[in-house]
Design a protein around this ligand. Structure first.
Ligand code: ADP
Ligand code: MG
Length: 654
């Protein structure tokens, strides 16, 4: 039978600054399955170094290591982790149990990284083997030293290793516990387990079957004390001795462990975590509040826009031509009326004028309208976007007669009459006396800022009596039905181009449909968004750096835990995943609170701007997606640092 452990000329040299230490000098050693070996020697003789090499926690600088019949010189880090996980049971002098974790969960830890999923039944069996069945639910701080070390032995057994490597397992224990632990190890060996323990205690090594003495990195004696009694020898347990492949991905039980660790770590540092996510909270919150408000606006705009608005087309001069003499005329109205798809064509004059009532004077916007026909009145909402009216609107007859009647909006009424009902009072527009026949609610968008004082009068009155000109401000056209608007718009453009040949290939008029208006609203929102996103971006950047900072702290604090996990078989990606998950969970918490904050802000804004915020599924997933991205990108470096830690150095970290 070939040896389980076969090392040839192993050397290990430590170079620390100015001096070099030959921790191992050409050590050769064979250990067979079922042996019970002690490595003895004074402090600094290289015992631990040798044990680490044997347990794949460290690589030798030179020499050969055959384990279970296979050469191990060229194995990747991932395969070494898999060997540590499945074939080696390591026991440390200072136990290295996870704090505030039950005995059972501590025992289960190597199983998390075995790639096979955890099995509580087996953990209980292992605890039974070390005589701790009744302590399974006790946390590590509720156990004595001897019990802790026996939990560690149970942990070493959980993945059915080929060998148990124990580095001064009794070093931290009193005499009674020492005997307990040695008894446990002896019993394991009697059942066929290969056990190698490092010690400098003669009493301990006297209980083993083979004593290897070391000094200054060399083996100076190898004493086999086993009486060759083949009848007593236990037949070695049949093992699969092929070296395991590297493991990829995470098992569900590992992901569960990672989330558990993440939540525990955040929960144990509540204040710190809360301060850390502040930046994310504000950043996500401001984006969410903007998004919900703008989404609410959009919903409002679209729901207020019935078929009537969807049918509308507005023809007006281009902004750049506003000041020029080019204005729309009645000839244009006639041209548009000739378009087959333009069903209703309403010329509109628009201007500013001084309005007076008694001693009060207000500058207001004056807008002409066509008078309502009896049919319009039935629809009521035709020209004023469904706004409520007190009194009445002017009629077609009044328009034709250039009647001096006006409808005013709330904003103007408030300025001129306060809370009094203005209907049937007289006001003066450019010193011409008019009768107020109706009061109309402010337009929805205007309610934002209290509305601009506005006054509506018949078209002919505005054209001939007030502005004294026939140039139109714009023309409102309705297509036969919403689906014709695009085609109707084309017809209008063609008709107008016949009258006004385009100059430099540019029309001086603008023809907009409702769709265009929506698009314009969106582009306005985008401009506002840009600003908010800027602020949110800075906040998120600061938040991200905060995350990175706290994750670095967390990695430093948990260096020994990381070392332990790696020693027990966690591979690089397991540690990377664990810290990334912690960063992401932290960011998601910030994002979740941010959504609450953003929606809350939007509802507060609702009190002032009367636009009900709308929280879409898209907005929520955006917030979560975004938070995750921040968590991953800012958590990556700290997680990478954790993942690249050397297990032995990490375990030694103070
Ligand atoms: P033992 O376990 O027998 O007490 P070690 O194997 O821990 O001894 O150490 C052997 C020698 O190697 C000692 O001289 C020690 O100082 C040195 N050594 C061990 N680890 C390191 C290290 N990480 N860096 C530098 N020197 C080390
Ligand atoms: Mg040591």
């Amino acid at each position: 039978m070939s040896a389980l452990i076969d090392i040839q000329d192993i050397s290990k040299i430590y170079e620390t600054g100015s001096f070099t230490v030959h921790a191992l000098k050409n050590v050769s050693l064979k250990i067979k399955e079922g042996e019970f070996v002690s490595l003895v020697g004074p402090s600094g003789s290289g015992k631990s170094t040798l044990l680490h090499v044997l347990g794949f926690l460290d690589r030798p600088d030179s020499g050969d290591y055959h384990f279970a019949g296979s050469s191990t010189a060229k194995l990747s880090e991932g395969r070494l982790a898999a060997i540590r996980s499945g074939m080696i049971g390591f026991i440390f002098q200072s136990f290295h149990l996870l704090k505030r974790t039950t005995a059972k969960d501590n025992v289960l830890l190597p199983m998390v990284y075995s790639g096979l999923g955890t099995n509580s039944q087996k953990a209980l069996k292992c605890l039974d083997l070390v005589g701790l069945t009744d302590r399974a639910k006790h946390k590590s701080n509720e156990l004595s030293g001897g019990q802790c070390q026996r939990v560690a032995i149970a942990r070493a057994l959980i993945n059915d290793p080929l060998v148990i490597l124990a580095d001064e397992p009794t070093g931290n224990l009193d005499a009674v516990s020492r005997q307990e632990v040695m008894k446990t190890l002896r019993e394991l060996n009697e059942k066929g387990m290969t056990v190698i323990i490092v010690t400098h205690d003669d009493e301990i090594c006297a209980q083993t079957k083979r004593i290897i003495r070391m000094k200054d990195g060399e083996i100076i004696a190898d004493e086999n004390r086993e009486e060759r009694d083949s009848s007593k020898a236990v037949a070695p347990v049949a093992h699969d001795t092929r070296l395991p492949k590297a493991r990829f991905g995470f098992t569900p039980s590992e992901i569960a462990e990672q989330f558990k660790v993440a939540f525990k770590s955040i929960w144990n540092h509540k204040m710190r975590s809360a301060l850390t996510v502040l930046g994310i909270f504000i950043g996500v919150g401001s984006i969410i509040s903007l998004m919900t408000i703008s989404e609410g606006f959009m919903k409002n705009l679209l729901s207020g826009a019935g078929e009537e608005s969807a049918k509308k087309i507005w023809v007006g001069p281009k902004r750049s031509y506003l000041k020029s003499s080019k204005k729309l005329t009645y000839a244009d109205v006639a041209a548009i009326k000739s378009c087959p798809l333009a069903e209703k064509v309403v010329p509109i004059i628009h201007g500013n004028a001084k309005i007076s009532a008694g001693k009060k004077h207000v500058d207001a916007s004056v807008q002409s309208m066509e008078g309502w026909t009896p049919e319009d009145r039935k629809k009521n909402k035709y020209l004023l976007d469904n706004r409520k009216i007190i009194g009445r609107f002017f009629t077609k007859e009044e328009e034709n007669a250039m009647a001096k009647v006006v409808v005013i909006n709330q904003a103007l009424s408030k300025k001129l009459f306060g809370d009094k009902n203005p209907v049937n009072t007289d006001i003066r527009v450019k010193n011409i006396k008019f009768n107020v026949i109706g009061l109309v609610e402010d337009a929805q968008a205007e309610q934002l800022f209290g509305g601009r004082p506005t006054l509506y009068m018949p078209l002919q009155t505005a054209a001939k009596r007030v502005f004294g000109r026939s140039k139109l401000s714009f023309i409102e056209v309705s297509a036969a039905s919403p689906e014709y608007t695009i085609e109707a718009r084309k017809q209008i453009i063609m008709a107008l181009r016949k009258i006004h040949p385009s100059r430099d290939d540019e029309d001086y008029f603008d023809v907009k449909t409702f769709e265009v208006q929506v698009r314009q609203f969106k582009s306005l929102m985008q401009q506002i968004s840009l600003m908010v996103y800027g602020i949110a971006g800075i906040s998120l950047l600061v938040g991200g750096i905060g995350i990175m900072n706290i994750m670095l702290v967390s990695v430093t604090e948990r260096t020994r835990e990381i070392g332990l996990r790696k020693a027990l078989g966690a591979k690089k990606s397991d540690i990377l995943g664990q810290f990334l998950i912690e960063a992401v969970v932290l960011c998601l918490l910030g994002g979740l609170l941010g959504i609450g904050f953003g929606v809350g802000t939007a509802w507060i804004a609702y009190i002032f701007i009367k636009v009900q915020p709308a929280l879409g599924i898209g907005t929520v997933s955006f917030a979560f997606g975004f938070s995750s991205i921040i968590g991953i990108s800012f958590g990556f470096w700290p997680a990478m640092r954790a993942a690249s830690l050397d297990p032995i150095e990490a375990l030694r970290y103070e």
